[in-house]
Write a protein that binds this ligand. Structure first.
Ligand code: PMP
Length: 417
């Protein structure tokens, strides 16, 4: 592989304009050291830098690109949509089409509100839950990440975990005083919270499969208990499926386990690579939103026609290739066990945590991740630059990609000890 000299120069330029050279802290390489990858283009399962290097990509725009980069049908449809106007700020028929596809896949989403990011969706949903219940408190689990709203940045995963920021500066204590934080998957702890605050709790927020502190596999018993507890106390249950929506099947993880939350948060995959977020649920709750109800939430660009088109085409392709989800999982399973096997044979304590087509890697010795990361990037595999972020597979990843990745990993682990 060529050296990343042009990359370094470009990153130097970026640092002149952006704090740490990035527009989102998860993109920084603080955790692993070195310069972040500056990507020139992506096709299928690969991304390319400006030095002419090619990488097998397991970041996939943080889980958004389930079809891989620049999927031809999506790109073509987006071009046509763009030619008809970039933004109207009115209801457009593409919004209806995407909503229809989502409701067909997730029938309990009777009504939906499109916004521009997962953060925005969660902020809207929390306000709606508070408006609907007339209560203030919300429950969030340790190490979960639901976006960067003030009241959600304590003991969070994702970039805060990576950068060692236990809770963000700049958040007045008063703004977070209604957020109750409790350990994930601990039934006793959540029951105690409800015993103490039950009738004051507006909503419980949960990532049903944790994806922001490495992969945290679901605890179905726990999720079912959340449902019964919230019903018992009249609180809403909000499933944050920004990562998991359409990731394991054509729909949500909630449906796979037979739990119906009151509100669902979507993002990433439903935008086909363009900025999106959405929250939805039953009419009873959703109709409390303005203009019908008194809970206000607005946005200039929500339901943008080009974004909607990327989502529509992506979901249509996914709907017609449902069987491929199984293959995605098989590849992820093969890759995860090959990584662990390679590590074991070299006596390296590396654990791969996987659920479906998402996985994260954790070395016993933290320094090993840094060494591993630098070397694996150098041989053309782009993983998330933190043990807390998760990696994904896309429909574009081939058997050959997986085999090449395993070969690269063996080579790199060989150098670790
Ligand atoms: N919820 C979850 C579970 C997420 O993983 C993320 C971002 N990775 C968000 C919410 C926030 O989404 P966004 O970055 O689009 O604001």
């Amino acid at each position: 592989m060529a050296k990343r000299t042009i990359n370094s120069k470009l990153f130097g330029e970026a640092q002149k304009y952006f704090v740490g050279g990035v527009n989102s802290p998860v993109r920084a390489f603080n955790y692993v050291g070195g310069d972040p990858l500056i990507i020139k283009k992506g096709h299928g399962s690969k991304v390319y830098d400006y030095d002419g290097n090619k990488y097998i990509d397991y970041v996939l725009s943080w889980g958004s690109l389930i079809l891989g980069h620049a999927f031809p049908e999506v790109v073509d449809a987006v071009k046509v949509a763009a030619g008809d106007g970039l933004s109207f700020g009115t209801t457009n028929i593409k919004e209806v089409e995407l909503a229809k596809l989502i409701r067909k896949a997730i029938p309990f989403v009777e009504k939906i509100r499109f916004v521009n990011s997962g953060t925005e969706a969660m902020m809207g949903a929390v306000r709606l839950a508070r408006g609907y219940t007339g209560r203030d408190k919300i429950v969030k689990f340790e190490n979960a990440y639901h976006g960067h709203a003030d009241y959600l940045l304590t003991k969070s995963g994702s970039g805060l975990a990576t950068l060692g920021i236990p809770s963000s500066a700049g958040v007045p204590k008063d703004f977070a005083k209604h957020t109750i934080i409790t350990p994930a998957n601990n039934i006793n702890a959540i029951e105690t919270v409800f015993k103490r605050y039950g009738r004051k709790i507006a909503a419980v927020l949960v990532e049903p499969v944790g994806g922001n502190y490495g992969v945290l596999p679901p605890d179905i018993k726990f999720l079912k208990r959340l449902r019964t507890l919230t019903v018992e106390y009249g609180a809403l249950l909000i499933f944050d499926e920004v990562i998991t929506g359409f990731r394991f099947s054509f729909g949500t993880f909630a449906q796979n386990i037979g739990v119906t939350p009151d509100l669902i948060i979507l993002g990433k995959i439903i935008g086909g690579g363009l900025p999106i977020g959405a929250y939805g649920g039953g009419i009873r709750v959703m109709d409390k939103l303005a203009p019908l109800g008194k809970v206000y939430q607005a946005s200039t660009f929500s339901g943008n026609p080009v974004v909607m088109q990327a989502g529509i085409t992506t979901l249509k392709v996914l709907a017609s290739s449902r069987a491929k989800y199984k293959q995605l999982e098989r590849f992820a399973e093969f890759l995860s066990s090959a990584i662990e096997k390679a590590a074991r044979s070299r006596n390296i304590d590396l654990k791969v945590c996987r659920f479906g087509s998402m996985f994260s890697m954790k070395f016993e010795k933290n320094d090993n991740f840094k060494k591993f990361y630098k070397d694996i990037l150098h041989v053309g595999v782009y993983f998330a630059p933190s043990e807390y972020e998760v990696n994904f597979l896309s429909f574009a990843h081939s058997k050959k990609d997986i085999e090449n990745t395993v070969r690269a990993i063996k080579l790199v682990l060989h150098k670790i000890n």
